[in-house]
Design a protein around this ligand. Structure first.
Ligand SMILES: *[C@@H]1O[C@H](CO)[C@@H](O)[C@H](O)[C@H]1NC(C)=O
Ligand SMILES: *[C@@H]1O[C@H](CO)[C@@H](O)[C@H](O)[C@H]1NC(C)=O
Ligand SMILES: *[C@@H]1O[C@H](CO)[C@@H](O)[C@H](O)[C@H]1NC(C)=O
Ligand SMILES: *[C@@H]1O[C@H](CO)[C@@H](O)[C@H](O)[C@H]1NC(C)=O
Length: 580
């Protein structure tokens, strides 16, 4: 697309973000009117999938006697979802991000890395969905509006490169380091995608003949940080106990947990697929690779092997608890120190279930499939997802019964209804939805050229069929995602801030202490992340309706990121080319 001819023009325009939004609305107005609810005319062929998504949901709601009539998203079009997503991101950045500090000051180091990941991933969703939504011949103005919006938020991520507490993070736990790797790789992925879709001729990331998007100049810094942190974290792989696996924290009693191992899988395979090489030798652990990162993506087999081995270990470790969901992690019985290491086996399982432990591995499984061509990785992912949906109570959407990871088909962590979530716990559902979305997204130009390259596995004639079946299974999660997105949207306050307890709205008429208290820990589980003991029952005062999402830590940048992630998931499902 011809951006270069318009770039001078859009700088002159100096549109405020508000105007950009109006432009979006204006430009897409014809489509929006035609799709207003109730429909004025039959929906277009390409949106039949969206209609059926919501029809299924409405049927379920009727059956369950749950009214969606007053909720947002009643038959939302992709355009409307895109605007909800933009508002959610805007609220996240305007309410919580401070540009001159280059960070979200109320975040903590690891949650900030996750927030950066959400921003980059959301920009990828915008740049992908505009071409799908705007099927009309590209209009200069629509691209200018998109570009201004994207640059606005991309600038935040570049200041965060300097605002990130990188020096301190180097000395934190291995999972903290790996969130950093995922963040900066997500940033590189967005740079590549935006450039491929709208700038480079040919759209091949391994062979760029055209001019790249200006943002790709930050590829080097992002890649450098990703490499440094991957190398630091990879020292956490330990064979002395449990025959392998990542240790959570080098300074504590050994705990081999799901999150650190899932992160290592997902970060390692993402390094293999997307790391563009790092020409920077500083500061002290560097082995420089390529000087021309973009053209010589190394697809380093060290990273591939790390991911393959880590997943094999995790799968064989039986780190699963109720309903086959990932439990939190393994202790080693009798461990008293390296000279007296006890059983040396992963034999004491903490059966606590957290939403993020069901998510992070999913993006890793998709990457492992891309890199190896082995379908079993996708099968494992879909198997896990079906267990997750069941554990949210889906499809019994009128039920208040706690199902292990939610109720009424809406995902909840145990701490949500109790309002006892810590800052960590408030970040979990957003992480889950980010990785679910990644698992199910379509191939990007960069991945297509990887598959066409010598580095890719031999793609046999079954490959297309496997990919088609994968997308088909993914599409079947659409109604569940829409249901969760709707639930999340209903927790917003007047400033557009999302709350923690998404499961609340569908049970609003029957909220009681009993409901609040009914989310329970699996037997034998320890929730060391959230303070399960303190149940916050604060009300808003006499005669004032209780805002259940104002209890505990209330609405935060972390709960906001959950809203962003679930809307991004919905947008991807609605705009998926094969939606019908
Ligand atoms: C890159 O693309 C150009 C133009 O399509 C082509 O002539 C050239 O052979 C390609 N180079 C490589 C290394 O694939
Ligand atoms: C592959 O990655 C490892 C680990 O970061 C590094 O030591 C090695 O030099 C890399 N190899 C190449 C060819 O870049
Ligand atoms: C996991 O369970 C399977 C089947 O029950 C068993 O064969 C295997 O040895 C277990 N793995 C570990 C590490 O305990
Ligand atoms: C819910 O938990 C709170 C705090 O532990 C307690 O005071 C209250 O009695 C419980 N309510 C029910 C119905 O169990």
């Amino acid at each position: 697309m011809a951006l270069l001819s318009t770039s001078a023009a859009y700088f002159r325009l100096a549109l405020s973000l508000y105007m950009v939004l109006s432009l979006f609305t204006l430009l897409f107005a014809p489509a929006a009117n035609a799709l207003a609810y109730p429909p004025q005319q039959p929906l277009g062929e390409d949106l039949a999938g969206v209609q059926s998504l919501f029809n299924t949901l409405d049927d379920l709601a009727n059956e369950a006697d749950v009214s969606y009539a007053t909720g947002p998203l009643t038959r939302s079009t992709p355009l409307e979802t895109q605007q909800h997503l933009l508002s959610a991101l805007r609220a996240m950045q305007e309410e919580y991000f401070v540009l001159w500090m280059g960070t979200w000051p109320t975040s903590i180091d690891w949650t900030a890395a996750v927030l950066g990941t959400h921003v980059a991933a959301t920009l990828s969703s915008f740049t992908s969905s505009v071409s799908e939504l705007d099927k009309a011949p590209p209009e200069e103005k629509s691209f200018t509006a998109l570009e201004n919006t994207i640059n606005h938020f991309f600038s935040h991520t570049t200041t965060f490169y300097f605002g990130e507490n990188a020096f301190s993070l180097r000395n934190q736990a291995y999972d903290d380091m790996l969130w950093v790797v995922l963040d900066w790789l997500e940033n590189v992925k967005f740079q590549d995608l935006h450039s491929d879709l709208h700038y480079s001729s040919g759209g091949s990331s391994d062979n760029t003949t055209g001019e790249e998007w200006y943002g790709t100049q930050f590829r080097k810094s992002a890649a450098h940080r990703a490499r440094i942190f991957w190398e630091l974290a990879s020292t956490g792989w330990d064979k002395t106990l449990c025959n392998g696996g990542m240790i959570w924290n080098p300074t504590l009693i050994p705990y081999k947990n799901a999150i650190t191992n899932e992160l290592y899988i997902s970060a390692s395979i993402a390094m293999y697929l997307y790391f563009p090489g790092d020409p920077i030798d500083a500061p002290f652990v560097a082995t420089s690779t390529s000087n021309a990162p973009r053209k010589e993506n190394p697809h380093n087999t060290t990273h591939l092997k790390a991911a393959v081995d880590a997943y094999a270990w995790l799968k064989n470790s039986n780190m699963t608890g109720i309903y086959g969901l990932y439990a939190d992690g393994f202790h080693i019985s009798g461990w008293q120190g390296s000279s007296n290491p006890g059983s040396q086996k992963c034999d004491v399982l903490n059966k606590m279930v957290f939403s993020y432990n069901q998510g992070v591995v999913l993006s890793g499984l998709r990457g492992l499939w891309l890199a190896t061509g082995s379908k079993s990785y996708l099968d494992d992912g879909h198997d896990l997802i079906s267990k997750i949906l069941r554990a949210t109570g889906w499809p019994q959407i009128s039920s208040n019964k706690w199902a292990g990871l939610g109720r009424g088909g809406v995902m909840e962590d145990t701490c949500d209804s109790h309002a006892s979530c810590s800052q960590d716990g408030q970040t979990f559902k957003g992480i889950f939805f980010h990785h679910l979305t990644e698992f199910c997204r379509h191939l990007r130009p960069q991945e297509e050229s990887f598959l066409a390259s010598k580095k890719a596995p031999d793609v046999d004639h079954d490959w297309d069929e496997v990919y088609r079946q994968h997308l088909k299974k993914c599409r079947s999660y659409g109604t569940w995602i829409a249901h969760n997105a709707r639930a999340a949207l209903m927790t917003r306050d007047e400033k557009g801030k999302f709350g923690m307890w998404w499961g609340l709205p569908f049970n609003r008429a029957t909220v009681s202490d009993e409901l609040v208290n009914s989310s329970t820990l699996p037997e034998g589980a320890v929730d060391y992340i959230n303070d399960g003991a303190t149940v916050d029952t604060k009300t808003s005062g006499p005669g004032v309706p209780r805002d259940f999402n104002d209890r505990g830590r209330g609405r935060t940048v972390e709960t906001q990121s959950g809203g962003v992630a679930v809307l991004r998931a919905l947008l991807q499902w609605q705009t998926s080319e094969e939606a019908s």
